[in-house]
Design a protein around this ligand. Structure first.
Ligand SMILES: [Fe+2]
Length: 254
């Protein structure tokens, strides 16, 4: 079976549709999302409807969590003013049934002997959302990764960490590399933590949507980049009350 793994759609309906089409064209029978279905973008309801219609399974990201966390301020959530404005806008825009759908998403999933997380193995039910972006933060994570493969989102950059399976030395050697085609079939000594990048708000200076395909039979991973109509998404942002900077980020891919 070929599995499509996406993350951080962020209410970007155009990017979601284009990515879904490409993953289907590449033979994916199942698609899993690593969270942040909503936030930042202009089409939260359309994206959730699409997830339900296409049976895309998701875990809960920090933005999915914030939508139902009405009592907390910018400081308490620890987000930027633009992110907070987008949380408020998304809360207003979302249908009540869609808020409930987000509230019911699990924080993590383990399937096919692989872990799927948004920010970290344990976010204390939404209390904190750390970033795994360097060797030190990855090292901390690997102590808790019990499977050979784990997938995470949140940083919006396609990348792959790996380290020796046996954590019997205090500072295991960790590698960090750009996400590219990789076959895990012969890998017996290392475990991997992989980020597919972001569908709806990439931050790797490439404005294409980013995702991956994992072939469970051949244990081969492929990074997928898809061009989509970002100008349409930008126009929708500019027509809404969302901060203008959120449109500029889609153009620059940052
Ligand atoms: Fe995100």
């Amino acid at each position: 079976m070929r599995l499509g793994i996406i993350s951080d759609v962020h209410s970007n309906y155009e990017a979601l549709q284009a990515t879904y089409r490409e993953l289907c064209r590449r033979g994916c029978e199942k698609i899993i999302c690593l969270g942040d279905v909503v936030g930042y973008g202009p089409s939260p309801n359309e994206c959730i409807d699409f997830f339900v219609e296409k049976n895309i399974e998701s875990i809960k990201g920090n933005h999915d969590y914030y939508v139902n966390c009405v009592e907390k301020s910018v400081e308490e959530l620890g987000v930027t003013p633009n992110a907070f404005r987008s949380v408020e806008w998304t809360r207003e825009a979302l249908a009540p049934s869609h808020k409930e759908w987000l509230d019911n998403l699990p924080f993590t999933l383990t399937r096919w002997d692989m872990m799927f997380i948004h920010a970290a193995v344990d976010t204390a039910e939404g209390e904190y959302w750390p970033y795994i972006f360097d060797i030190h933060s990855a090292m901390f994570h690997f102590y808790f990764q019990t499977t050979m493969l784990a997938f995470f989102g949140h940083v919006h950059v396609p990348l792959m960490f790996s380290c020796q399976k046996e954590n019997n030395c205090p500072r295991p050697a960790i590698r960090i590399e750009k996400l590219k085609e990789h076959c895990f079939a012969e890998e017996t000594e290392r475990k991997f933590l992989i980020n597919p990048g972001s569908v709806g708000q990439p931050r790797n200076r490439d404005n294409r949507s980013s995702s991956l395909v994992l072939d469970l039979e051949t244990c081969t991973l492929e990074a997928i980049y898809v061009q989509y109509d970002f100008q349409l998404t930008c126009r929708k942002i500019l027509k809404s009350d969302l901060p203008e900077e959120l449109a500029l980020r889609l153009i620059s891919g940052t």
